[in-house]
Design a protein around this ligand. Structure first.
Ligand code: PMP
Ligand code: GLN
Length: 389
């Protein structure tokens, strides 16, 4: 039997994730991998040592399903420190297997068939897949122009009595947009007016550049009780493989998250949670130095490629730069990325896969700069040679 036929009708259209495809291609071709967003350096040794000692000490049994108390308290303390928010670690914080499971739990726990979820294009690939798996319908609102502006009228028109939730990725992968407080306030008003839930994916919360402040959905007027904010330790501590994430929401919405979480993973590994509790508590210096290091990497990649005459823009947030390839005569980003990996030896991510039916983004690709200096230098050198030839 065709093995494809075994995949559920809701998930079959999504095929294999672009991150798997591009990393496999990079590995096969020996290309510098600026595609999938993972650092090629390790996270803090102190945290790795703590987790290793915890694993050896044991016990190595199930953690409490909502998360170990130390980590839930650390999440609450961090929200107080960075946002002045008071959250109850017992009733409002749930630890998940990365933001991936946090998002899946929120969507599967909240949605019923017939519900609609508003997504802002370009969206992270998981969203439409999990919305579909929940039997709900994604309603896409594309951001506009090179600055990925929010068309407030289009957003307003997308809301209707079937709207159950709107999903906001801030800062936004892949385009690097950071929403203004005013945009978020408008969104909050719409959610209140229509009784919709705002789901925030804030995994890049500590990578907001140029002196701007990250505004969490939880601090937007009217959204403290009407939002589920999901984040992750993956980016902030440069250990994407640990998969320690969390969801924060008022108790009734936390109940929805936990309703699904208990049947998806039940719990996340305790030693990794306890180590990340220490990480979240790191002094402000840690967070400042993280941002400084990424500000340097952003400049290194974007400046060098701009000097080569390539249209690469600095993101306001995240660790991804947007490269406009239209000027090179390229008309299909996916084709372009496959060719670039083979011809230049650099792997990137096409933008169009983050649009419904690939109807947008064909003239853009994403470059990840969460890499060591020597990796970025090698990528730049290869692109220079490719540009000359
Ligand atoms: N949301 C966005 C926007 C992401 O880029 C990622 C990838 N880190 C995730 C969610 C998933 O996070 P995690 O690795 O913690 O599951
Ligand atoms: N979030 C990562 C990215 O955008 C990929 C995570 C994954 O591979 N699922 O590159």
């Amino acid at each position: 039997m065709d093995p494809k036929r075994q995949v559920s009708a809701s998930l079959a259209p999504f095929g294999t994730s672009i991150f798997t495809e591009m990393t496999q291609l990079a590995n096969r071709l020996g290309a510098v991998n600026l595609s999938q967003g993972f650092p090629d350096f390790d996270g803090p040794e102190e945290l790795r040592r703590l987790a290793a000692e915890d694993l050896l000490r044991g016990p190595n049994q199930y953690a409490p399903s909502p998360g170990v108390p130390e980590l839930r308290q650390a999440v609450a303390a961090k929200l107080r420190r960075f946002h002045g928010l008071e959250v109850d670690p017992e009733r409002e914080v749930t630890v998940t297997a990365g933001a991936t499971e946090g998002l899946a739990s929120a969507l599967l726990g909240l949605l019923d068939p017939g519900d609609e979820v508003i997504l802002l294009e370009p969206f992270y690939d998981l969203y439409p897949a999990m919305v579909a798996r929940a039997g709900a319908r994604p309603v896409c609102v594309p951001l506009q122009g090179p600055g990925f502006e929010l068309d407030q009228r289009a957003l307003e028109r997308a809301f209707n009595p079937r709207t159950r939730a709107v999903l906001v990725n801030n800062p936004q992968n892949p385009c690097g947009k950071v929403y203004s407080a005013e945009e978020l306030r408008f969104l909050g008003e719409l959610c209140q007016r229509h009784g919709a839930v705002a789901i925030g994916d804030e995994v890049y919360e500590h990578l907001v550049y140029d002196g701007r402040r990250h505004v969490s959905l939880l601090e937007v007027p009217g959204l403290r009780e009407a939002s589920i904010v999901i984040s992750s330790t993956a980016k902030t501590f440069s250990m994407t493989g640990w998969k320690v994430g969390y969801a924060v929401a008022a108790p009734p919405l936390t109940a929805a998250v936990r309703a699904a979480h208990q049947f998806l993973t039940f719990c996340t590994p305790g030693p990794l949670q306890r180590a990340m509790a220490v990480g979240l508590g790191f002094a402000d210096d840690y967070y400042r130095e993280l941002l400084e290091a990424y500000t340097r990497r952003r400049a290194r990649l974007c400046d060098a490629l701009t000097e080569l005459g390539l249209e690469v823009s600095r993101p306001a947030g995240t660790y991804y730069a947007t490269w406009r390839i239209g000027g090179l005569g390229a008309t299909d980003d996916l084709e372009f990325c496959r060719r670039l990996a083979a011809q230049a030896g650099v792997a990137a991510i096409p933008f169009s896969v983050f649009y419904q039916e690939r109807r947008g983004g064909r003239d853009q690709v994403r470059l990840a700069f969460c890499k060591r200096d020597d990796t970025l230098e090698e990528a730049i050198a290869r692109l220079r040679r490719w540009r000359r030839s």
